[in-house]
Design a protein around this ligand. Structure first.
Ligand SMILES: [Zn+2]
Length: 74
């Protein structure tokens, strides 16, 4: 009965990656490009994405761009 009792996975997934996974290939490319583009201020990008129905905090974008998210940890 307890076969599946395992400690909860410490999921600390990157929001950028999570959102990208739900996008089409085309959208994903555009999304990643914007996320990595220093011309986009984090807050501005966050707001513009929200207008298009994608909710991501500027902090999440910042972490990914600064390589501080889980995408870059092994
Ligand atoms: Zn990431």
């Amino acid at each position: 009965m307890l076969e599946d009792l395992t400690p909860p996975a410490r999921v600390h997934t990157c929001k950028v990656r999570t959102i990208a996974e739900g996008l089409s290939e085309t959208d994903r490319a555009i999304f990643f490009e914007a996320v990595d583009n220093p011309t986009w201020a984090f807050k501005t990008l966050s707001n513009e994405l929200a207008k298009r129905g994608i909710v991501i905090a500027d902090n999440g974008i910042a972490k990914h761009r600064r390589l501080q998210c889980s995408c870059f940890r092994s």
